[in-house]
Write a new protein. Structure first.
Lengths: 312, 469
């Protein structure tokens, strides 16, 4: 009495008492390892974080932990200018990097998609930064961004010696330096996804458009973009979420957590600095709860906006 | 029959009771043994020792090797060295304590003793050293290692801080050469000397080197809190250790930082140097050619490198901001932990006698000489000091000893001398706040705003963690 759709109809039996179908059970069994791992490593720590955020738990202390209610949240939201600076840095970073990186990735994908000999070489070159651990990327870029380093040498050629900022020490340019590093390191990932999407657009559509007299730009707008709509939206969503997770570069590159005048302080830096360096686990947990709420809200807003565009 | 069975039962019962008592008593007796130096322990023992892998990497492995080959082999003790990067050393120790992974013996920077002892991860070793032996140490070393009336650590050396300079360059601009800490340049004089040196083209990126490339960490408060002490202020209210308001952001501190920020803005400070070459060899990478940075604000550890490269090296006191020239003191010292889990009497701590054997070795005359001369530091024992030519009255580093002899924790006293960093478990957060504030001030931020924000963070931390209770 197997049903084709798993678990939608209980298998027939004379008594009328519903039994769990084998399909449902099999489904649960297959997902059990993942469910257990996710519960243990994500759900449980989050519940613990929520619990700790209501106490004054410290990393190491001879005194017992006390319940403090919402005091940690009050502190962060109303008394801590660094938190708001970190949040605004995250927002600025996302607003700039997401469109820029996605656009750049799309450009690279289109370039690499040309049917020319040797394109595989370029594809590999653009993808290689992804294979390097972000921490190593950060260390290498510290050397490149040195005031007397390679980037400034290039800058002095391009701008005739006018513009050679002290990238990581200048409050105005530190965040830009982080953005450049991040885009360089991650664009390959989006490029590969968009490349696959581009290759899925049927060639016949382009032929039809050309027959109708569409030029390259019109083809791009009316054939390419709609054709890769779903992967493109996926890339945008993922990049937004990952941009909030910005950590390795901003932790390693400036000489102190947060950078000059907190110019590169992000939410993750705040959480780690508070929880580990200062040993204030309660406060750090409250920060991570707030962080989750923020990312959740941003993701929901994005989904809302995307749904509306799809309906038009 | 019944009689003998009963008596056998009674005998069995009595034996069981005796054995049971013995088992119950043994842990108590053993605990007493473990935490006190009674001259005996059960070998062989392996103990882990953490040190900072920083300025002088070679010296500690040599010392450990010598111990393992010598007294270690005799007594059946092996020391395993665990180097931890100096930046974030204290965070690493806290994390190890939280994950029950502490070493059995640890090295730590002076002012952190109070924090670690307050957290309960150290064991006092008064029972291991006689009063006579304690009297053989510099008073500053004993004071640094004492918490709540008990001795928790001993250092092999103490530190010195001042201005190293190329005497010939100072002569060139006609600067007065101070004879000692009482004779130090006033801030106005010092600023003028720097400007004169700058006008004479000395120092490619500024005439004053401050080792800014050391990065965030202990160097910043160690090297520059003396400015605030010299101005008559402090970085925390030492009478209560409960708040830094009015001190860290007080008028004396604001004044000192504003002067310092002025030096940065006038280009008098070299903040771009990536290494020590600016003072030793200059841009032409050749020593004694006249293009080196003339003055270096740094501690004793540069002596070996500096004396090798600079022919006319001279050691001068830090400038006097109004309340006497003040300088820093205190350095790394050895302590015994309460075992891997950082909890006292939990059963995983090694016998005190075994761990003390290492500390005893590290403070013995030969090791004090090895560790101190490796860095140019001031030997922590009176004998060691007497045997060090560099620290005699006519030695290059006599000034350090003068400062230590005039050490005083009351920063309102207008005498020249060394000041210990505040003895409070809150020192770590003060250090981090000082380090951040200094970076922001150099970046050009408003001094009062930055200091107020630092005070908010420090005071909140003190309240949260209950440091002042």
């Amino acid at each position: 009495m197997m049903t084709s759709a798993a678990g939608q109809r209980p298998s027939s039996n004379a008594g009328g008492r519903p039994r769990i179908s084998r399909d449902t059970l099999t489904g649960w069994l297959f997902s059990a390892p993942a469910v257990i791992l996710i519960s243990a490593f994500i759900v449980l720590p989050f519940l613990l974080a929520f619990y700790f955020s209501l106490t004054n738990e410290r990393l190491i202390s001879p005194r017992p932990t006390e319940w403090v209610g919402l005091r940690n949240y009050e502190r962060i939201l109303f008394e801590d200018p660094r938190f708001w600076k970190a949040l605004s840095n995250n927002v600025i970073f996302s607003l700039v990097v997401v469109p820029l990186q996605t656009g750049f990735a799309l450009l690279l994908a289109i370039l690499v998609n040309q049917k020319l000999k040797g394109m595989v070489v370029f594809r590999t070159i653009f993808f290689v930064p992804i294979t390097v651990v972000m921490a190593a990327v950060a260390v290498i870029w510290i050397v490149l961004l040195n005031p007397q380093g390679l980037i400034n040498a290039l800058m002095s050629i391009l701008t005739f010696g006018q513009f050679q900022p002290d990238w990581l020490a200048d409050p105005a340019w530190a965040l830009v330096a982080i953005m450049i590093t991040s885009i360089w390191a991650s664009v390959g990932f989006q490029m590969i996804i968009l490349l696959a999407a581009l290759q899925d657009v049927p060639e016949t559509l382009y032929e039809a458009a050309r027959l109708d007299g569409a030029n390259n730009w019109q083809q791009f707008l009316h054939v390419t973009l709609p054709g890769i709509r779903n992967p493109l939206l996926f890339v945008l969503t993922i990049t937004t979420i990952l941009s909030f997770r910005l950590f390795d570069q901003v932790w390693i590159m400036p000489d102190r957590p947060g950078g000059p005048l907190d110019a590169t302080r992000t939410l993750m830096v705040d959480i780690v600095d508070t929880g580990l360096n200062r040993g204030a686990v309660g406060l750090g947990s409250a920060l991570s709860v707030i962080f989750l709420v923020i990312v959740l809200v941003v993701t929901l807003i994005q989904r809302r906006l995307i749904k509306q565009e799809g309906d038009v | 029959m019944t009689h003998s069975r009963t008596s056998r039962r009674l005998a069995l019962l009595a034996t069981a009771a005796l054995v049971g008592t013995a088992f119950a008593a043994a842990p108590v007796a053993a605990q007493g043994d473990l935490n006190v130096c009674d001259g005996e322990f059960e070998g062989p023992v392996t103990l882990t020792l953490s040190v900072h892998s920083g300025t002088n990497p070679g010296v500690y492995p040599d010392s450990v090797e010598a111990f393992n080959a010598g007294p270690g082999a005799e007594k059946g003790i092996t020391v395993e060295l665990l180097p931890i990067p100096e930046t974030g050393y204290e965070t690493a120790i806290n994390a190890m304590a939280a994950s029950a992974d502490l070493p059995d013996a640890m090295y730590m920077d002076g002012p952190f003793l109070v924090g670690f002892a307050w957290n309960g991860i150290l064991r006092a070793f008064d029972s291991c050293i006689s009063e006579d032996a304690k009297a053989g140490f510099l008073p500053s070393i004993i004071e640094q290692g004492t918490y709540d009336g008990q001795l928790y650590s001993l250092g092999s050396f103490d530190s010195g801080l001042g201005l190293w300079a190329h005497k010939s360059m100072l002569d060139e601009v006609g600067a007065r050469i101070p004879a000692g800490p009482d004779d130090a340049w006033t801030v106005e004089e010092f600023t003028q000397v720097l400007k004169d040196l700058q006008a004479a083209g000395k120092g490619a990126n500024g005439p004053l080197d401050i080792k800014w490339f050391y990065g965030a960490g202990e160097w910043r408060p160690y090297g520059f809190a003396p400015m605030i002490w010299s101005a008559g202020g402090d970085i925390i209210d030492r009478s209560t250790m409960a708040s830094s308001d009015g001190f860290f952001n007080g008028p004396e501190a604001v004044g000192a930082w504003t002067t310092f920020q002025g030096w940065v803005n006038d280009g008098l400070i070299d903040i771009v140097a990536e290494d020590d070459n600016n003072f030793t060899v200059g841009p032409d990478t050749e020593a004694n050619t006249g293009d080196e940075t003339p003055i270096s604000w740094v501690g004793h550890w540069m002596y070996p490198l500096y004396s090798e490269n600079v022919d006319d090296l001279v050691l001068l006191p830090l400038p006097d901001f109004g309340n006497g020239s003040k300088t820093g003191m205190g350095s790394w010292n050895w302590a015994i932990t309460t075992g891997n889990d950082g909890v006292a009497d939990s059963g995983d701590e090694l016998d005190m006698d075994a761990v003390w054997a290492w500390v005893d070795w590290a403070i013995s005359p030969a090791e004090v000489e090895r560790l101190a001369t490796g860095e140019g530091a001031i030997p922590s024992t009176l004998d060691g000091l007497a045997a060090s030519p560099l620290h005699q009255e006519d030695g290059v580093m006599a000034m350090y000893v003068t400062n230590l002899n005039n050490a005083h924790a009351d920063t309102t006293m207008a005498q020249a001398g060394a000041v210990p960093r505040p003895n409070t478990p809150a020192y770590k957060v003060i250090r981090d706040a000082f380090s951040s504030a200094m970076a922001d001030i150099i970046a050009g931020a408003d001094v009062q705003t930055i200091l107020d924000d630092a005070v908010r963070m420090i005071d909140q931390e003190i309240e949260d963690a209950g440091y002042a209770e």
